[in-house]
Ligand binder design. Structure first.
Ligand code: GTP
Length: 363
């Protein structure tokens, strides 16, 4: 079965991380997210993939090429302007044969069993199947109501607390019969959630729910991006550190992942779950906890970083304090002795000091 991965969104909620690279190329455990996703599809027997894209396509095409490095076949469908989730699949139609196919939102990490979902779709003869995943608070999502045997009966967008009948939401993974493509108007912006799925329901087509309790998260916000790292690293346990040059007096606790060529100086404290990209340099007595540092970040003496994300090539000067949930863009400089407020977002390339606080929202 072929798959279409939707990666044409702008990733605005993940800014400033997505100012210079698309959301699908942000690193997850030091590898581009899309590679992680492609290997998951390959594990489930799907090796023929169409990437439906638009925003910053070059970085993706350069990084992945024809997919042969991963043992997969990749083709690219580049929209001149965003067509919406279903519109993008219609635009990619020339890359699909008239066979059932899978659609995957390109910002999900999951362990949902695709093989089992495909089998059920075929056995029950559904026109469209939608994977569902539970959430704690469904009022912020589109929930999907079903009958006992899995037939979808209703979509409710952002239900009020008193309207909530289920906590199962659309997980952004679909299997579609090819004739469904005929219902999507060519050349217009069209969404699965708001247009195609309600239309199929209205027509009385059999839409099947595939509820799953397996791990599922979308990496669409900095909080979730950090949480994915905490979840994945915590599952990995102790890692060997032969890629890094670590001073004997540095202290490591929890799971800490290093890219190639990291240098950790005397007295530094690294407390996992923590991922450091290639070429990071952590100065004397600096403390870094629960964070994700992209490649070539320099952290000077006695700086501290907690539960935050630091973009490529950023420079964190000495005695800087970066508390919880900050996001620092690529090549940003945070000047000596600056104490950022929790939740700060600093756009790429800026030089920020104590005198610049509070930060103005970006234009
Ligand atoms: P935000 O700007 O933060 O909302 O992110 P987004 O638009 O990238 O993601 P959203 O959650 O809205 O969309 C879900 C998935 O569909 C993401 O993987 C997007 O890349 C993808 N997507 C959204 N709109 C389009 C589109 O017009 N074309 C294509 N090809 N993909 C899209």
């Amino acid at each position: 079965m072929k798959a279409v991965i939707l990666i044409g969104g702008q990733g605005t909620r993940l800014r400033p991380l997505t100012c210079n690279i698309p959301k699908s190329m942000v690193p997850i455990l030091n590898e581009p997210f899309l590679e992680y996703l492609l290997l998951y599809l390959k594990k489930h027997g799907i090796t023929d993939v169409v990437l439906a894209m638009g925003y910053l396509p070059d970085a993706i095409q350069k990084g992945l090429g024809d997919g042969s490095r991963l043992g997969m076949r990749l083709t690219y469908s580049v929209e001149p302007s965003p067509m919406g989730t279903a519109g993008a699949v219609k635009f990619a139609e020339p890359h699909l044969d008239r066979e059932p196919f899978l659609v995957f939102n390109g910002d999900i990490i999951t362990e949902i069993d695709l093989g089992a979902m495909i089998k059920l779709h075929r056995e029950l003869g559904a026109k469209a199947s939608i994977a569902l995943t539970p959430v704690d608070n469904p009022t912020a999502f589109g929930v999907v109501e079903t009958q006992a045997e899995g037939r979808i009966t209703r979509f409710v967008e952002k239900p009020k607390p008193e309207q909530v009948t289920t906590n199962m939401i659309n997980a952004g993974i679909y299997i579609l019969q090819p004739e469904v493509l005929d219902l999507i108007p060519a050349g217009s912006h069209y969404m699965f959630e708001h247009h195609l799925f309600p239309l199929l329901l209205h027509r009385g087509d059999f839409m099947l729910a595939y509820p799953s309790q397996e791990y599922w998260i979308d990496i669409g916000t900095p909080e979730k991006y950090l949480k994915v790292h905490h979840d994945l690293l915590s599952k990995m346990g102790h890692l060997t550190h032969n890629k890094a040059n670590i001073h004997p007096t540095a202290r490591l606790g929890g799971t800490v992942m290093f890219g190639d060529g990291c240098v950790i100086e005397a007295g530094a404290r690294l407390i996992g779950p923590l991922a450091l990209g290639p070429g990071c340099h952590i100065g004397e007595n600096a403390t870094i906890e629960g964070s994700v540092l992209w490649d070539h970040v320099i952290v000077r003496k006695r700086a501290s970083i907690s539960n935050s994300i630091i973009g490529s090539g950023a420079l964190i000067e000495s005695k800087v304090d970066i508390p919880d949930q900050c996001v620092i863009g690529d090549k940003t400089v945070i000047l000596e002795d600056t104490h950022l407020p929790a939740g700060s977002k600093v756009w790429p390339g800026l030089r920020v000091g104590e005198a610049d606080l509070p930060l103005k929202p970006p234009q």
